[in-house]
Write a protein that binds this ligand. Structure first.
Ligand code: SAM
Ligand code: SF4
Ligand code: SF4
Length: 343
């Protein structure tokens, strides 16, 4: 690894937001078919996933991250699709962990492959993991993941991550009306007092294959009053600017939960995230309809200087605030899928 180059002046977008957080999708494939993300009717046996040579190589990702860190990125999250289905992932983690500018190197996973990989990921330098789990009963969870994966498999993943030193674990639960709102309280009961931080996520209109309707969203207010009906909650201050999860502590001291209210209480005003798809398109919003082709630049032999200028220009031109202006029209836009852009 060459010596790190000095930091550059940090770009601000047209709304004064810095670039701080980079999410990298390392694959568009997944071993689940969650109904709200990769519904089987759309992502079936004939679905055309990206061919291998179209994916950014680990060296290409590393080169891009080098430039992003010079522009202010301090947090890198590997995601997908399911990041753990990308072969040799610990090698990429090792390459990224070597950047001193990357203060927070994390991964979001459905957890199933963690028992086999947690130790290698930790050894390679991964700091933490976030694990998704939408219910703690098999009937509900299997209906949502549509891949016949029981809850026990994810629980083993959580334990493996903790044993490897990848805690404290954050757990993501997407709540979709009619599917798993009855699991909110059981999930709170199961994880309070364990040190694992459960975060409830409002179901979002990412992509255009999940048939999203506003009525399907169980709002943060509903979620909080459900949990609060059994366990009184107290709001907590954010730990840092741009934090998307609103935090609440159990009044009896049994830990904390989070709610990510991207639909009912949008947080575009402080959004400092960029997303890199598995084939090297840069997106400045989760709900974007088009990206910027960084793979073409990198494979075309772009110099470091031009790459920096290009990334700076993209960020400085950013005006996104989709969740603030969501409407019947925007919901119909041909947005890219979550499994491709990276959640
Ligand atoms: N496969 C990994 C996983 O599920 O954790 C990483 C990728 S997944 C796209 C990242 C996160 O996005 C998961 O926690 C998932 O539940 C969430 N997600 C996917 N589709 C969503 C939607 N339509 N609304 C809200 N969250 C969603
Ligand atoms: Fe796969 Fe994650 Fe999407 Fe579920 S949410 S289908 S696990 S990428
Ligand atoms: Fe950021 Fe776009 Fe989400 Fe707003 S809608 S918080 S700009 S990713």
């Amino acid at each position: 690894m060459p010596e790190p180059l000095p930091m550059l002046p940090r770009p601000l977008d047209t709304r004064g937001r810095p670039l701080h957080d980079l999410r990298i999708s390392v694959t568009d494939r997944c071993n689940f078919r969650c109904v709200y993300c990769m519904p089987r009717a759309v992502f079936g046996p004939d679905h055309a996933f990206l061919p291998r040579d179209e994916l950014l190589s680990f060296d290409e990702i590393t080169r891009l991250v080098a430039t992003f860190t010079r522009l202010g990125v301090e947090k890198v999250r590997l995601t997908g699709g399911e990041p753990l289905v990308r072969r040799e992932l610990p090698a990429l983690v090792g390459q990224l962990a070597a950047f001193p500018g990357v203060r927070d190197l994390t991964l979001t996973t459905n957890g199933v492959l963690l028992p086999a990989q947690a130790a290698a990921l930790r050894e390679a330098g991964l700091h933490r993991v976030t694990i998704s789990l939408d219910a703690d009963d098999d009937a509900t969870f299997m209906r949502l993941n549509d891949a016949r994966v029981p809850v026990a498999k994810v629980l083993s993943g959580i334990e493996a991550a903790e044993a490897a030193g990848l805690g404290p674990i954050k757990l993501n639960m997407v709540v979709k009306r009619g599917w798993n709102e009855h699991a909110i309280l059981p999930m709170a009961r199961r994880f309070r007092g364990t040190g694992r931080i459960l975060r409830f996520i409002e179901y979002m209109d990412v992509g255009h294959s999940n048939g999203w309707r506003l009525d399907d969203v169980v709002t943060a207010d509903e979620i909080l009053s459900t949990v609060g009906s059994e366990f009184p909650l107290e709001p907590m201050p954010p730990t840092k600017p741009g934090e998307v999860a609103e935090r609440y502590r159990y009044a009896d001291g049994a830990g904390e939960i989070g709610v990510i209210a991207s639909v009912s209480r949008p947080f575009c005003g402080t959004c400092d995230r960029a997303r890199l798809s598995a084939d090297g398109q840069l997106y400045t919003c989760l709900f974007a309809t088009r990206g910027h082709d960084l793979r073409a630049l990198v494979r075309g032999g772009v110099s470091d200087e031009v790459l920096e200028t290009t990334l700076r220009g993209i960020w400085e031109g950013r005006d996104d605030r989709y969740s603030e202006i969501r409407s019947a029209e925007t919901v119909e836009l041909p947005k890219v899928e979550m499994s491709y852009i990276g959640g």
